[in-house]
Design a binder for this molecule. Structure first.
Ligand code: TYM
Length: 335
């Protein structure tokens, strides 16, 4: 086993958006060329924890895989696979469920957000979502997990579950996984409200830039993005209390691969009528080639299926021995 292994994933719910790209996918692409063995999962078992369309699930899974590849993930180097194609994820989740306190799950902000006011009616799947995520990661003994900031709490729970297993059964079996929350855009905010996260489930499509949006749509969404009347300040501190302005500067920085300070050095003092068109150009320049590649890939679904099947074979080959060890360590009968 290589010393450093990455696992990460995205849910096949709706289209991926700029937050998914800048907070996670863009970093994955950079990391695959560094000293890590990488695995990228399409977490379809997580996607069914909220109401979903059964007729669209398989295609949504292909679309996420196509987005990974279009962004630059090389499936020959990094297996891409559907979570449900490796049953060991679900089995390990059950074993971990026996070492996870309900109180900890109740404190998860994602659960609180998604369950809303009616917590009593939320499904067990939604409640236990972070336990499955811990299983996704630890099944491969992943040492590093690149994600956006919203997943930090889930990764803390993953570390706690690993520590509980190690303390109860066998010291040192699971690693203490490190979150990798990288770059300038670890939390991309809505284009309509700089205090809420850009999300797949937000009602207004104008609140996010989807990776499938065409150039005209991207330009229109950025032109209409909420801002305030003041020009951009010269320093990050000057953007305090101006969440929409800070968000657009952050997006520009992440797209251009520079720091926010560098963006402000270039645009400080300029009005949004100058900054927004520059941002729109940059977004189109970065995203349009990706959208084009995604469309090409999706025109050949059999090829994507072949990539997913081969990724699943490789993932199973890594996962099964780990699960076998866990069963043995936990004392199960073995014929
Ligand atoms: P999901 O599908 O909600 O999001 C996929 C990735 O995109 C990041 N992200 C963002 N980053 C910055 N700004 C935003 N507005 C934004 N919105 C989303 C997320 O942090 C994530 O990295 N629980 C995970 C999926 C998962 C997983 C795993 C991840 C399941 N098992 C194992 C890593 C390892 C989720 O719901 O991601």
């Amino acid at each position: 086993m290589t010393a450093k292994r990455i696992l990460s994933g995205m849910q096949p719910t709706n289209q991926l958006h700029l937050g998914n790209y800048l907070g996670a996918l863009k970093n994955w692409v950079a990391l695959q060329d560094q000293d890590y063995e990488c695995l990228f999962c399409v977490v379809d078992l997580h996607a069914i924890t909220m109401p979903y369309d059964r007729d669209k699930l398989a295609q949504a899974t292909r679309e996420i895989a196509a987005a990974y590849i279009a962004a630059g993930i090389d499936p020959a180097k990094c297996p891409i696979f559907p979570q449900s194609a490796v049953p060991a994820h679900s089995e390990l989740m059950w074993l971990f469920a026996t070492m996870t306190q309900m109180g900890k799950l109740e404190r998860m902000t994602q659960f609180k957000d998604k369950a809303g006011k009616n917590k009593e009616r939320a499904g067990l799947g939604l409640f236990s979502y972070p336990v499955l995520m811990a299983a996704d990661i630890l099944l491969y003994k992943a040492t590093h997990v690149p994600v956006g900031e919203d997943q930090k709490q889930h990764l803390e729970l993953t570390r706690e579950i690993a520590a509980t297993f190690n303390a109860r059964y066998q010291a040192g079996f699971f690693p203490q996984t490190e979150p990798m929350i990288l770059g300038e855009a670890t939390r991309v905010m809505s284009l309509r409200d700089g205090t809420s996260k850009m999300s797949k489930s937000a009602e207004s499509d104008m609140s996010r830039i989807n990776l499938t949006d065409d150039a005209d749509t991207i330009v229109r969404k950025i032109r209409k993005a909420k801002t305030d009347p003041a020009p951009l300040g010269e320093t990050i501190e000057s953007l305090q209390g101006r969440p929409e302005a800070l968000n657009l500067v952050t997006i520009y920085a992440a797209l251009a691969g520079v720091s926010r300070a560098e963006v402000l050095a270039q645009f400080g003092g300029q009005p949004f009528s100058v900054f927004k068109p520059a941002l729109a150009d940059l977004a189109v320049e970065t995203l349009s080639p990706m959208t084009g590649r995604m469309t090409d890939l999706l025109s050949d679904p059999a090829e994507i299926d072949r990539i997913l099947a081969s990724g699943a074979d490789k993932a199973r080959a890594l996962a099964e021995p780990v699960l076998r060890d866990v069963r043995e360590i936990m004392g199960f009968w073995r014929g």
